[in-house]
Ligand binder design. Sequence first.
Ligand code: DLZ
Length: 509
Amino acid sequence: MTKSKRLTLILADQLSWQNPALANASPETDELLLAEVKAEATYVRHNKHKIVFLFSAMRHFAEAASERGFTVHYCQYDMGITSLLEAVKRSLARTEYSAVRVCEPGEWRLREEIAAWQTQLDVPVSMLEDTRFLASHADFAVWADSQKTLRMEYFYRGMRKRYALLMEDSGKPVGDRWNFDADNRSGWRNKDTVPPRLHDIPDTITSDVIELVNTYFSNHPGDLSHFPYAVTAKRASAHLAHFIEVFLPQFGQYQDALAEESTTLFHGLIGLYLNAGLLDPLDVCQQAEAAYKAGHASLAATEGFIRQILGWREYVRGIYWYHMPLYASNNTWQANRPLPAWFWTAQTDMRCLHKSLEQSLNDGYAHHIQRLMVIGNFALIAGLSVDEVCAWFLAVYVDAYEWVELPNTLGMALNADDGIMASKPYAASGKYIAKQGNHCQKCRFDPKLTTGERACPYNSLYWHFIDRNLERLSKNPRMGLITGQWKKRDSAERDSIVSWAEQVLASQL
Ligand code: DLZ
C-alpha cells in the first residue's frame, strides 16, 4: 500500500526554499498548496501593488516548484475561496494526506487561526518555526530576558558578533565603532542626482494578475498603470545587485533625507523581497559587506545598511513576538483622533505629507524618513488613533506584515508602547523636515512660523503634543530640555500656540 503524502501549505510571504516546511520536503513525500484567498487579501485594504506582487510571486513560485517535480495545487483568486482553511479542506476532501504542514505565519492573528485548525481537521497539523530569520524566538527571548531595557543597539552588537559581519578577528567592530549613524544624516541639498531604478516589465503572469486585481480590488489604494517590482527570487537578486552597485555608496549619506525629485533616493527597496522570502537576509548582509571589502562602498554606508537588516529588522520581529498579543493594545499618549479622510487621498496642502502620502498610496512605497518623520511624526503630534494609523500602514505598504509594521508604527513612530522600543518620542517640528530636504520650498506653509495662516502645522502641533503630555514628558530625562523650554515661555505665548494648534486640528483634520 502506498503511504499518503503530506500537504504542505506555502503562504504568500513564505516563498523561499529555505522555508522550513520545504527544507525537508520532496516530490515523493509532499504535495504543495498555495492559495489566493479573500480573507488574507481583504483583512485590511491592501495596496493593489502588494496584492499583485504577492499573487504574481506565488504563481511564479508554484511554477518553479512544479519544475522541481512537485505536485502543486494552486487556488487562483477568481475561484472564490474565502480562507486558507477552506483551501486546505478542499484539498483534503479530494485527496488523502497523512498530515498538513505549514511554516508559522508572520502575524499573530493568522498564527492563532492556524493553531486552531487541528480541532477542525482529521489529519495531524503541524506548524513549523520560521527559520528564515537570523534570531529565533528563543534567541530573542534569551537576550530580552537578560536586559533591563530592550534597546536595539545592544541587540545589534550581539548579532554582529554572532554572524561575524563587519568584525575584526580581535572581536572588535571594523573601524572601532559599532554605529556610524552620526555620519549618515545629510539633508538633501540638490547637490546629487539620483540614478534611475531598475524597473521590471510585467510578464504574462504578472499582467494577468494586474487585470485580476484591477477587477476585484478596485476600491483598494494603488495605481497599477505601472508595476516595477520583481516577482521571482532571481529578479529580486538582480534588484539587490543593482542597489549595491549603484546606490549603496550614497545610501548612508542620504538615509535621512527628503527630496522633491525622488521618491526612493538611495534606499534599498528590498524590504518587500526580504519579507516575502525572495531574498535571504544573511546573504544580503554578506553581499553588502563584500562591497565594502572590495572598496566599493564606505564603512558608514555599509554599516548603516547592514544595521537595518541584521539589527533593526530582526529586532522589530523579536519585539513583536516577545510582546504580542498585548503589544497591539498599547496607547501611551491616549491618541484617539480619527484618521483624516485625506490619508486615503493625499489631498493636503502640507507638501511633505502630500508627497509622502501620494507615493505611499500610488506605489505602496515610502522610504524610512517619510514613514517615520513625515507621516508617523504627524500622526504622533496630531494624536491620531493608534489603531487606525497602524491599520493604514499595514494596508498601504507593499512590504508590510504585522510583525514588521506594528513595532515600527506603534512602537517607533507613535511611541505608544510605553517606551519598550524607544526612550523618547520621535516628535519633531517642521524645522526638522526643512533641514532634511526641499519640500518646504514648494509648500504654502512656512517652517519658520508657528502661528498664523502661513505657519507650518507641524510647528504648533509639535508644541501641542508637548503641552498636552507635559506631565509625562517632564519625567523623561531625554525630554527635559524641550519641556524646560516650553515651561519657561511666557504663558500668553504658550496659550496662543496651543489655541492655534487647536484651530489647525479643527480645520485640517
Ligand atoms: C498579504 C497576503 C495577501 C494579500 N493575500 C494572501 C493570499 O491570498 N494567500 C496567502 O497565503 N497569503 C496572503 N497574504 C499574506 C498573509 O496575509 C501572510 O502570510 C500573513 O499576514 C502572515 O504574515
